[in-house]
Design a protein around this ligand. Structure first.
Ligand code: UD1
Ligand code: BG6
Length: 370
């Protein structure tokens, strides 16, 4: 049931304050008497094994892969365990090495994706600890993993994943907090993240107010052939996920680009016509993004800059960029905020271009064949 909404994708984007609340419910411990912490019922008996593993491998497809990529830095930071990323089909194609000392984490909204499932069978046969992050209780991946976490985002109907993406990131951040639980040196950092997890639903509600602005931006962009999205650090995944949303539903070519790679090819595309979104919210790499913006402007790039509220002037001093200002949260949580206006942009682009939002051409919600 779509309620007051015209499409499931729209409904699911707007549901995110509630889906995130459901994802975190009962799993975050408030401070006061008890030390702030995280309780993931499905993993509590396995955390020691994960902490001691030689490597954590994230495995997924599409949006689920992007969610893992968005949360990779905080897993590395708080666990100290090296993290590698695998697109499920590529792992299978290569028969990449997996060992008993590895923890393989399978991220899948449906829990039924054929490639991810095959990678799970492969990793299990090689003796790795297999962890699932799924939205679907009783799904093949939930059943086939040794342990895991349900994201509890509620049923997602739109083929393009939206609320599952933000809930997957939230779960992986909680996993990072749980893995770092035994470290005193990171306690302050973990507490700051937990505080912001509690603020997340209301900040998502704030950013959803950009709906009309995103519709106006979509009107400006609707006739374009292509849209580039530059991100780095925590928001490299945001760039990939924005581009994936735009191409899968609005059928406009779009590419997410790691800003650090700009000079190694993508810069050749820049001119005064091609629209480029640059994600430059405040974090450890925003000064580098500021310089990316300057270099793109020097080549007359047509820029749309996403920055932290109050940073429009410093990020784009001459006022020639279109700006999307978003509220600030802890750096690792920022991808959850940043993707929301971009989901809205993809949604409005699709409606304006007259395409099917909930069932994009040639795509399926759950890809159960290879
Ligand atoms: C569980 C209950 C929840 C209840 C809560 C109260 C279920 C599905 N969840 O939530 O209803 O409110 O206890 O304490 O009954 N698992 C996998 N692979 C996956 C996902 C999960 O093996 O991909 C396993 C977990 O290791 C765990 C079980 O499934 O054994 C349930 O996981 P999850 O729902 O995340 O656990 P809780 O949050 O503790
Ligand atoms: C399909 C869906 O391609 O599978 C995407 O259309 C999704 O939205 C991808 O990201 C992976 O699905 P799942 O269920 O494994 O997360």
């Amino acid at each position: 049931k779509k309620g007051n909404f015209e499409h499931f994708m729209q409904k699911e984007i707007h549901e995110q304050p509630d889906s995130l609340t459901m994802t975190m419910r009962g799993r975050l411990i408030r401070g006061e008497q008890r030390v702030k912490g995280v309780l993931l019922g499905g993993l509590k008996d396995h955390l020691r094994t994960i902490r001691r593993s030689r490597r954590i491998i994230f495995i997924g497809c599409g949006t689920s892969y992007n969610a893992a990529l968005a949360s990779r830095p905080i897993i590395e930071e708080l666990s100290g365990v090296p993290v590698t990323m695998e697109i499920a089909s590529d792992l299978i194609d290569r028969q990449g090495p997996i060992y008993r000392e590895d923890t393989a984490i399978f991220v899948s909204q449906s829990g039924e994706t054929a490639d991810t499932l095959q990678a799970l069978e492969y990793a299990r046969a090689n003796g790795a600890l297999c962890v699932g992050i799924t939205n679907t209780v009783g799904s093949a991946i939930a059943r086939g993993t040794h342990c895991g976490v349900h994201i509890n985002a509620g049923c997602e109907i739109g083929v393009a994943s939206t609320k599952a993406y933000t809930s997957q990131i939230a779960v992986i951040i909680m996993l990072a907090l749980a893995l770092g639980d035994d470290s005193i040196s990171s306690q302050r950092r973990r507490e700051a993240i937990i505080d912001d997890c509690f603020n997340l639903p209301s900040k998502v509600r704030d950013v959803l107010k950009l709906d009309q602005d995103m519709k106006e931006l979509a009107m400006l962009l609707m006739e374009e052939q292509s849209l580039l999205v530059f991100g780095r650090g925590y928001n490299y995944a945001t760039a990939l996920e924005c581009a994936l949303k735009v191409k899968e539903v609005s059928l406009m070519h779009s590419e997410g680009i790691l800003a650090g790679e700009m000079k190694h090819g993508p810069l050749a595309l820049v001119d005064e016509t091609l629209p480029i979104i640059v994600i430059a919210t405040r974090d450890g790499s925003s000064s580098k993004q500021q310089s990316v913006i300057q270099q793109l402007k020097a080549r007359k790039g047509r820029l749309i800059v996403m920055c932290t509220e109050g940073d429009a002037q410093s990020m784009c001093p001459d006022g020639t960029c279109r700006v999307i200002e978003v509220p600030q949260v802890q750096d690792c949580l920022q991808p959850i905020i940043n993707i929301v206006p971009l989901q809205l942009l993809a949604y409005h682009l699709t409606v304006l271009r007259g395409f099917n939002v909930d069932q994009p051409r040639n795509l399926a919600k759950s890809v159960t064949t290879q």
